[in-house]
Design a protein. Structure first.
Length: 180
């Protein structure tokens, strides 16, 4: 069992490294898709992986959130953000989506220990892991998830940032341009 779990961890590490090395997988054709549908799928995935956790999702009815991109990559990015929020906090995780005429903005909010302001840019670099003060439940990763998420946002001509959550925690926001 131990060898099997280590094998799965190494496989995940290699896959993440390969995706980072490909810099956005130019061989994948972009398509028009609804980010709200991706978020709904991610929330289902997170609820399955963290069954005791309250994970809520706020997507206003009728919000127009179509973009041109690669749905699987955006799913991976949002899943990385949600899994980090679940892994670094014991409280509720909130995922929200807003859109305007120019962009779609999704936020993942946790109420854990937060991220020091000095580390907020650094965490999006490969192999960066924060110090032990930001404890996590379960096994730790290799520091590739947020680097991959940042790369996915950039390959979709978007941005990603981290802010402090009022009352404690971290809010990670990814902005992606809307399709025309």
């Amino acid at each position: 069992q131990r060898m099997g779990s280590e094998s799965a961890r190494l496989n995940s590490l290699v896959n993440d490294m390969m995706q980072l090395a490909r810099k956005g997988s130019a061989d994948v054709d972009p398509e028009v898709f609804d980010v709200a549908d991706v978020i709904a799928d991610v929330v289902d995935d997170l609820r399955s992986a963290y069954p005791g956790r309250v994970i809520d999702c706020v997507v206003p009815n009728g919000v127009e959130s179509h973009i041109v991109g690669v749905p699987g990559q955006v799913h991976q990015a949002v899943l990385n953000l949600g899994a980090n929020a679940c892994g670094y906090s014991d409280g509720e995780v909130h995922i929200s989506l807003v859109a305007d005429a120019t962009c779609v903005e999704l936020s993942v909010v946790d109420h854990g220990p937060g991220i020091d302001e000095a580390d907020r840019e650094r965490i999006f670099r490969p192999f960066v892991r924060l110090d032990a003060s930001r404890t996590r439940t379960g096994t730790g990763g290799a520091g590739l998830g947020l680097a991959l998420t940042n790369q996915i946002a950039a390959s979709h001509h978007g941005t990603i940032r981290v802010d402090a959550t009022p009352g404690g925690g971290a809010t990670v926001t990814m902005r992606l341009p809307r399709s025309v």
